[in-house]
Design a protein around this ligand. Sequence first.
Ligand SMILES: [Zn+2]
Length: 436
Amino acid sequence: MEWQERIRRPEIECMSRDEMLTLQSERLVKQVANVYEHVPFYNRKMKEIGVEPGDIKGVEDIHKLPFTTKEDLRENYPFGLLAVPKSQVARVQGTSGTTGKLTLASYTKHDTEIWGECVARALTMAGLTEEDIIHVCYGYGLFTGGLGLDFGARALGALTIPMSAGNTQRQMMCLEDFGATAMACTPSYALHLAEALEEAGLVDKLKLKAGIFGAEPWTVEMQKEIEERLKINAFDIYGLCEIMGPGVAMECIHHNGLHIFEDHFLPEILNPTTNEAVKDGDTGELVFTTLTKEAMPLIRYRTKDLTSMDRTQCACGRTLPRISKFKGRTDDMKVIRGVNVFPTQIETALLSIQGALPHYLLIVDRENNLDVLTVMVEVDEQYFSDEIRKLDDLKKKIGNVIKQAIGVSVRVKLVEPKSIERSEGKAKRVIDNRNL
Ligand SMILES: [Zn+2]
């Protein structure tokens, strides 16, 4: 009962700025002393730059602390960053990295409880309660999506359906038979499911009212598309396994950014080149310090996710700051003929064009030392049955709109519906054939 109370009472989410700063500062001072004493990596890094725990008196001193990067996690793989004896680690989660090794995160039992609580708070933001039936079709396993949502739905006291990803036919059957009122997966899989449900004539038979989608950057346009097709309210949830998993930030019903649970995760938005804090509203790299994490606390972890911060009052009454939907990851950014291009920019452009479907693939090649970006996109069937001229017009239009959006000419390849492979997890949007 006490657990439920803690989740429901949004007091911690409605504190005054001063109260929150006091809480964060207390937690930060403790955490810094903790990592200095128990994590040799941080002890060494702090000594290298001449910083002692006593120098950190509060949140205002955060800039004195060293950064942590994904490479640091890789070098200390698998258990080099623990702040507790390994016997206290209750769980690991991970994501596959480009080098073949996992990016691994460790959790104590208490860490997993805080995780459940944060996800439950996130679900509460979406208006869900213990009365709801939550169909979790994120993958279960080392990936944090499935189990993270599961912990949260359980902490909330909702009926949890642990579907995991894949097997779309069975997903549809269970959605209908169990009367799920909410579902959670990647936005690209939600779209795939929407397509299959439409074909089966099932959309109107479902009781779905909300969708909790995350684990990949997606645009407002994509959100609207999913909402219309599934007839639900779609929410963006954010997290990363290094920090915790889903439930680091979440949209409330007003959909004007994602509230960060900053009582646990201290955010900074930095200029990725100068490492200086940017003004509220300006875009920069999101950096987190975990204030309460026990097993693997991270100091100033560089997420590589680009966003901006909004500290104005939200209509929901929460004072938790909001980050904008992600522009992309510095990792996803492609430099095409010297211009920075994000897949999300192209997604926004495509979804503004009648006839273009939300399934696309970007292919980057280098021909005669020149970058060539090909945008392959599915278009309505009618364009293939009608006269060729219409298809050519659409192709031209798509090329123009994308060029306006990103400032680079692209090649457009229109394909029939369902030509592009559907994803059951995180969508692959870019194939880069250049050997950079
Ligand atoms: Zn709000």
